[in-house]
Structure formats: structure tokens, C-alpha cells
Design a protein. Structure first.
Length: 164
């Protein structure tokens, strides 16, 4: 049985698909691609059916990451599909916890940057780059990459615990 992770931002075209792409690469590099499934979604349906923002695609490509993405909205019924739901900022965290049908489901929701030991735990949001320039997308990628190693360690521990 796979351990399933979903990254969630607002529209599912910038931050969450970027996190999905980076973490999927980390999972593959670690040899866990058969054991960990990675996806993403948005809290809102504004961009459902659209591809990732071209700036997200460009920044990912520049740093050696691939992406094939179609935006979708996170539904309450999906909590049963995922073991871990990673919010990209505190507004997403709150929205997802309100959406969770049970307390157990609400406990599955965490902030992505909480896995970055160097992050200032007073401010764990990944800022939305959508209305800015390329520098915001680069900053987003840096934050996602910084959290991905800690996240991978936590997921690896869960996967090894399931196998035992």
C-alpha cells in the first residue's frame, strides 16, 4: 500500500504543483517512487482543468524538474485517499481543517514549511508568487526545496513503519 501525499494551495497552478514536482523528484531519487504517491490540488476551483502557470513550469525546468499538471480542487471526500495533506500557507491550513470531515482527517493537514528545520516557525507560509514576477517563483522553489528534505525523512519513516 502506498503512502499518499497531497500539496494544496489556492488555485493549484503555482505553489502546489511546484511542491508536487519537487517532492516527486525527491521520492524518485530516494527510490521510494513505488511506495509514495504524490499529488496536488487547490482550495478553490478557479483554475480547474488548467495547466500549471507558465512561470512555474519555467522555474521548474530551469532547475531540472519536469511537470505534467492539470489543476483540480481538493474535495472533502479526498481525505480518505491521503495520509498527509500539506498546506502551502496558513489560510490553506485553516480551509483544509474546516473541510475535514473528522478530527482524524484534520490532523493529516500540516504546513509544508514545518518540515524545514531552518524556517522561522513564526512565519511558515510560502508566499503566493502569482501576482509578482519571476523572483517570487524562484523564492517559492527555494522554500519548497528546503522543506522537501525534512518532509522526505518524515515520509520515509512512515513508509518504513508501514512495511514493518
Amino acid at each position: 500500500m502506498s503512502y499518499r501525499v497531497c500539496f494544496v494551495c489556492t488555485g493549484n497552478i503555482c505553489r502546489s504543483p511546484m511542491a508536487e514536482s519537487v517532492f516527486r523528484a525527491r521520492v524518485e531519487e530516494a527510490g521510494l517512487d513505488g511506495l509514495v504517491e504524490v499529488g496536488s490540488a487547490g482550495t478553490d476551483g478557479w483554475h480547474e482543468g488548467e495547466s500549471a502557470d507558465p512561470r512555474t513550469v519555467a522555474v521548474l525546468a530551469e532547475h531540472g524538474y519536469g511537470i505534467a499538471h492539470t489543476a483540480r480542487r481538493f474535495e472533502a471526500s479526498w481525505f480518505s485517499r491521503f495520509d498527509l495533506v500539506l498546506a502551502l500557507d496558513t489560510d490553506h491550513l485553516k480551509a483544509l481543517r474546516r473541510l475535514a470531515p473528522t478530527e482524524r482527517d484534520a490532523r493529516k493537514v500540516r504546513l509544508l514549511r514545518s518540515y524545514d528545520p531552518a524556517a522561522d516557525h513564526a512565519g511558515l507560509d510560502v508566499p503566493d508568487p502569482y501576482y509578482g514576477g519571476m523572483a517570487g517563483f524562484e523564492e517559492c522553489l527555494e522554500m519548497v526545496e528546503a522543506a522537501s528534505d525534512g518532509l522526505l525523512a518524515a515520509v520515509r519513516e512512515q513508509v518504513e513503519g508501514q512495511a514493518a
